[in-house]
Ligand binder design. Structure first.
Ligand SMILES: Cc1cc2nc3c(=O)[nH]c(=O)nc-3n(C[C@H](O)[C@H](O)[C@H](O)COP(=O)(O)OP(=O)(O)OC[C@H]3O[C@@H](n4cnc5c(N)ncnc54)[C@H](O)[C@@H]3O)c2cc1C
Length: 457
């Protein structure tokens, strides 16, 4: 039996910083069943954005003549795209191993582990007990109930990242952020793409205006999108996969490859958490309070394993909160956290805070400011005019309740409203701040000015 001050289960984006920080205060056992870096580094954020960058280059070449540049139609070597992705990811992963290796207090146990008795964790031949336990096993692709799916060689976001030959026709089940990222990426690589989306619109968690921008962009690039449509059956014959879909009417599509991107489920079922008296909700998420404490003494859950926002930046913030509370006697919490997110389609989508509907449902009197990118000079100069910026503002206090952007570099632009919201600044502060001309950020300034015009002040 090995006794440690802390046990960290999972070496991803929440577990790594948690283990390294806890290692400043005592001995830590860090458990990882695959490779350090978790989903984000190895099969999520970084690989997808690296490959999206290749797809963007192909698209820019296609659009070259719009800019007065002569270029031949691009052809994409998917194997080389995957090699480039691996070349970006590998050194970052090696850095993670170096960080852990150079921490004298952190012992890395490689293997899939689980609790085998009250607070006792087994990984391989090792049994570990620890005074404090930090759970962060992440999540995995949810496989939907589709008739015949088990007989079809389907792909997930994980396996598609290593495909080296371009699909002739990629069928994508799911129009959330994972499905949309891959749909546009592979369309730009040169595949035909069909997206089947059960909800009434793509990226359904976003403002409807933002979904409409994404749909318009997808249609312009030739992506076949079926919304309000559920894939109910799949069959394979030779190289062809056929799916049956039910929507306003029944329809079928044939393709060469099938991607399942219908959501993610937590890996709580792999840990035998009943040995800890840790509660999980009906969807399998570990139940935590706003200090990320589970019901069990000295057991915390972080990242995708607990309910709530599932992003790398929130997973890292979870580790920060717990470290401050546990080791520095502070009182940090997730309550009131301002959490932005982005979808890395083109045009990008980024949001923070309440949507207009959520704000109305919460009883706010609202003022709305909108600026189309077509009216932003820099967007015209770079030829990326699709999209808009929308501010949702409380009319009584002028406080920004939310900001929603679809447009060029939305994932960068959103940070000005994020900082304003964290600082409690009003939309008039943004409007008053001089913005450099000509920049895309002028659109933020103009959208805040749009609120101003609506309120007539
Ligand atoms: C395709 C895709 C794209 C994404 N893009 C973005 C993005 O652009 N921006 C963003 O913010 N988020 C993105 N995400 C989400 C992001 O990757 C996750 O929110 C983040 O990785 C969560 O970190 P985590 O530490 O909770 O989980 P993970 O990073 O998944 O880490 C959990 C670790 O625990 C290990 N583990 C699990 N069970 C056990 C066990 N029993 N024993 C030992 N080890 C175990 C796993 O191997 C894994 O390494 C994306 C996700 C996907 C799938």
């Amino acid at each position: 039996m090995n006794h440690y001050d802390a046990l960290v289960v999972g070496g991803g984006q929440a577990g790594l910083p948690m283990a390294l920080r806890a290692g400043r205060h005592g001995r830590v056992a860090l458990i990882e069943r695959e490779v350090l870096g978790g989903t984000c580094l190895n099969r999520g954020c970084i690989p997808t954005k690296t490959m999206i960058a290749s797809a963007k280059v192909a698209q820019q070449v296609r659009r070259a003549s719009e800019y007065g540049v002569r270029a031949e139609a691009p052809s994409v070597d998917l194997g080389a795209v995957v090699d480039r992705k691996n070349a970006v990811v590998s050194p970052i992963r090696e850095g993670a191993y170096r960080d852990v290796g150079s921490s004298a207090q952190v012992d890395l146990f490689e293997g899939e582990g689980r609790f085998v008795a009250w607070r006792r964790f087994r990984v391989g031949d090792n049994e570990i007990e620890a005074s404090r336990i930090f759970l962060k096993a992440g999540n995995r692709t949810a496989i939907p109930a589709i008739d015949g799916l088990d007989t079809v060689p389907y792909l997930t976001s994980r396996s598609l990242l290593d495909l080296r030959e371009l699909p002739g026709h990629l069928l994508v089940i799911g129009g959330g952020y994972v499905g949309c990222d891959f749909a546009q990426m592979f369309c730009r690589f040169g595949s035909r793409v069909t997206v089947v989306q059960r909800a009434g619109r793509l990226v359904p968690g976003e403002e409807p205006e933002l979904s409409a921008v994404v749909l318009e962009a997808f249609a312009a690039e030739g992506i076949d999108v079926l919304t309000g449509t559920t894939c109910t059956a799949a069959t394979a014959a030779g190289d062809i996969i056929r799916i049956t879909c039910e929507g306003a009417e029944s329809t079928e599509r044939e393709g060469t490859h099938l991607l399942i991107a219908t959501g993610r489920i937590p890996k709580s079922d792999t840990l035998e958490l009943d040995q800890l008296d840790v509660a999980v909700d009906d969807d399998g998420y570990v139940v935590v309070d706003d200090h990320l404490r589970t019901g069990a003494e000295d057991v915390w859950a972080l990242g995708d394993l607990r309910g709530g926002p599932q992003f790398t930046h929130t997973a890292r913030d979870d580790a920060y909160i717990i470290h401050r509370n546990v080791y520095q006697d502070q009182d940090r919490s997730t309550a009131g956290r301002v959490v932005p997110h982005a979808v890395f389609v083109d045009p990008e989508v980024a949001s923070v805070g309440l949507t207009e509907q959520q704000a109305r449902d919460a009883g706010h009197d609202l003022s709305i400011g909108v600026q189309e990118f077509a009216g932003v000079v820099r967007a015209r100069a770079i030829g990326e005019t699709r999209g808009l910026i929308k501010f949702v503002v409380d009319s009584d206090t002028d406080r920004i309740l939310g900001c929603h952007i679809a447009g060029p570099h939305a994932g960068e632009l959103i940070h000005e409203p994020v900082v304003a919201m964290v600082a409690g600044a009003s939309y008039t502060d943004i409007r008053r701040a001089i913005h450099i001309h000509p920049t895309l950020s002028e659109g933020i300034n103009a959208a805040a000015g749009g609120v101003h015009r609506e309120t007539g002040t």
